[in-house]
Design a protein around this ligand. Structure first.
Ligand code: GYE
Length: 318
């Protein structure tokens, strides 16, 4: 059925081009045009992800139309609409939040343009709105963070949580996985939780506020490295040693985070791999050719302690 739809779309395009009114579409030489609506440039992870996508598109000979939504859903929706208007061959995007996508994705579907979700998922009952979702298992990442804390907690442990962007899949899921694992341990309690929007500045500001209102913080659980790095600054400014007086757990394992871990300022990092470009281009080529792709492609990941960070740093690519 999918194959049929794509073939029909290709025929329509050929006809339109013959009339001189066609969009960019798949050109005569077979070049695929991809419209990619990125979240923004909020973190080290995002920078590495964007670089990976640009490089992989170039390597695959895919014509990449790229837009940066500055973490705003309305900008992403506008970008997707413009890709539909341009009649690109495939749209890929990393949805800033989970909900509110059905209308624009229905427009893409009506225009016969396949959509690939990358990095973050959407919350919709209509799974026909996209071909596949390539990205990490964020709940599992949260579980890994919680598991380390359960194994390394020293008696009663007060946790403050720096959440990612409100409504974003990684913020919702990393919270859920972490809470699920610590629920079995009555000594561990989340005493404050707030969003730092996945940025270093946001993490610093929220941590400063936490430190003003709580004098009994043992652990910071930050949904990404950047917010953890912001928290380090706030903890230092308050006259305490990050990694010792207050222990820090983060997610991502980007270079700056790994360096802080190797230096003992962060205590544990759960990896989230941003190098999705190559897999994304492979999926795009298949989808455009009308080939079957799996509904879900999960990225393999690990975790790092201080010693493991020291050992891994020289070979890290991001
Ligand atoms: O962890 C964070 C970024 O969606 C997995 O977004 C991504 C997250 C990543 O801002 O640093």
């Amino acid at each position: 059925m999918k194959r049929f739809t794509t073939v029909t779309a290709a025929l329509v395009l050929v006809t339109a081009t013959a009339c001189g009114s066609g969009g960019s579409g798949e050109t005569d030489d077979g070049t695929i045009t991809m419209g990619f609506a990125q979240v923004g440039a909020e973190s080290g992870w995002r920078t590495a992800n964007t670089e990976s996508i640009r490089q992989a598109a170039e390597d695959a000979g895919i014509d990449l139309q790229f837009s940066d939504a500055q973490q705003k859903q309305e900008n992403q929706i506008r970008a997707i609409r413009s890709y539909i208007q341009q009649d690109v061959d495939v749209i890929a995007f990393s949805p800033v939040v989970e909900t509110g996508w059905d209308a624009v994705l229905l427009e893409a579907q009506r225009a016969d343009i396949p959509v690939i979700l990358t990095d973050r998922a959407i919350d919709s009952d209509d799974t026909s709105l996209y071909e596949t979702f390539l990205g990490s298992d964020f709940v599992e990442e949260g579980r890994k963070a919680g598991q380390w804390l359960v194994e390394n907690a020293e008696g009663e442990t007060n946790v403050v949580e720096l959440q990612g962007t409100t409504g974003a899949a990684p913020a919702i899921d990393r919270k859920e996985g972490f809470e699920e694992v610590i629920a079995g341990n009555p000594d561990i309690e989340i005493i404050a939780t707030q969003t730092g929007d996945f940025t270093r500045a946001g993490g610093k500001e929220v941590m400063e506020a936490f430190l003003r209102s709580h004098d009994d913080i043992d652990v910071v659980y930050a949904h990404n490295d950047d917010m953890g790095l912001g928290a380090i600054e706030a903890i230092r400014a308050a006259g305490m040693e990050p990694g010792e007086d207050i222990r820090i757990i983060t997610v991502d394992a980007v270079e700056a985070g790994m360096q802080a871990l190797a230096a003992g300022e962060i205590n544990f990092i759960v990896e989230c791999n941003p190098l999705l470009g190559e897999q994304l281009m492979e999926l795009a080529e298949k989808v455009v050719a009308g080939e079957e792709v799996p509904e879900r492609v999960v990225v393999e990941e690990t975790t790092f302690t201080q010693e493991e960070a020291e050992a891994a740093l020289p070979d890290r690519r991001y």
